[in-house]
Write a protein that binds this ligand. Structure first.
Ligand code: ZN
Length: 363
């Protein structure tokens, strides 16, 4: 799928921002989308919308919608993940009182070809490979949507096993459930970006904070002289509190088993996600917001500012001073159409999200 490149560069403006600093980020959004932010804040005082996030695994769905909420109004916007919902339902089924409430809700709401009892037993016995019956997810999603009334919702994660017809019905049914505007948000990220995000991912074993050795380091980087490798040290302030007693350095972040393989193990999943996006793209009657993560190197100067491009980090070890030197440069990838490209940091993508939402809502 080819999405248009969104222009975030403003002619004549040379001011630079450090987009990882919350204060700078605020000023950046004010400059690039001030009037639109104001309109959305005003709109959300009395109105809501439902946005369906569609993008491949690791495409940044959560990052973008959470940053959007941070900029506009966190109290009025909720990010709702179907995956998290299913994990919550798992817990409910183990608690006899909550379980009875859930079943009584489903008896009223569930429409499907499998009897409810059987559906629930599929739910309990499933593993990560089995896909849940669409009708069950639909009924549960409705319950969540009803809870979140008076808030704009970003819904993340949809059944991937839908055929054309049930796909359209699925959305029509959900949309009819609440009478506010609905929007599809489609995210286009080159597979090379997803691959590197997984390969270099590092997680703190104590607080589970996730960073990236190549793309999103912490403020402290260490070097293991025995293994000859660099590592990140968790700098989450809450986490430092946990470790102070045992070590002075903070916790070394680690890679999860299998991450070094990148997208290889999830290739089938990515293909399914792509098909789902194509289906959503061709579904008529719902306005669409198209988010694009990459910009071809050749066109970058025309469309974006330098500081909006994701840098890549590499490291050098100085054996004499025992210090790590951090080297930063723009990160180049090859996009899905074989063009050398840059990947954008989340803020410029969120600027394009804000402006396109204002447009589809006719504000
Ligand atoms: Zn930590």
């Amino acid at each position: 799928m080819r999405f248009p490149i969104f222009k975030t560069k403003i002619k004549g403006v040379t001011q630079k921002f450090h987009l990882t600093e919350p204060k700078d980020r605020k000023a950046y959004f004010e400059l690039k989308a001030g009037p639109e932010i104001k309109k959305l804040k005003e709109f959300l005082k009395r109105n809501t919308f439902i946005a369906y996030l569609l993008g491949k695994k690791n495409s940044g769905k959560g990052t973008y919608s959470k940053m959007f909420a941070e900029v506009i109004n966190p109290e009025k916007i909720e990010h709702f993940s179907i995956g998290d919902m299913i994990r919550e339902v798992d817990k409910e089924l183990k608690d006899s009182k909550k379980r009875a409430e859930l079943i009584s809700f489903l008896e009223k709401q569930y429409r499907g070809f499998l009897p409810l009892k059987e559906t629930i037993s599929v739910f309990k016995k499933r593993n990560t490979e089995t896909l849940l019956p669409t009708e069950l997810i639909l009924a549960l999603a409705k319950r969540e949507i009803a809870k979140g009334e008076k808030k704009a919702l970003f819904i993340d994660g949809f059944p991937r096993n839908l055929d054309q017809i049930s796909f359209a019905l699925f959305f029509r049914d959900l949309i009819g459930y609440r009478e506010d505007p609905d929007i599809f948000i489609l995210i286009d990220v080159p597979e090379a970006v997803i691959d590197e995000r997984i390969k270099w991912r590092r997680v703190c074993p104590l607080c589970q904070t996730s960073r990236n050795l190549k793309l999103l380091p912490t403020s402290k980087v260490g070097y293991d002289e025995k293994k000859k490798e660099f590592y990140l040290i968790c700098d989450n302030p809450d986490c430092l509190g946990l470790t102070r007693r045992t070590t002075t350095e903070g916790t070394r972040m680690i890679s999860k088993e299998g991450d070094e393989l990148g997208i290889k193990p999830i290739r089938a999943r990515l293909e399914m996600d792509e098909k789902l996006m194509e289906k959503a793209f061709s579904l008529q009657g719902i306005p669409k917001v198209l988010l694009r993560n990459s910009v071809p190197v050749k066109e970058a100067e025309k469309f974006v500012d330098d500081y909006e491009i994701t840098p890549e980090y590499s490291y050098q070890w100085n054996a004499k001073t025992k210090k790590v030197k951090v080297i930063e440069k723009p990160w180049k990838i090859i996009d899905d159409e074989s063009r050398p490209s840059y990947s954008l940091l989340p803020p410029p993508v969120v600027v394009s999200l804000i402006k396109q939402i204002v447009e589809v809502l006719h504000l």
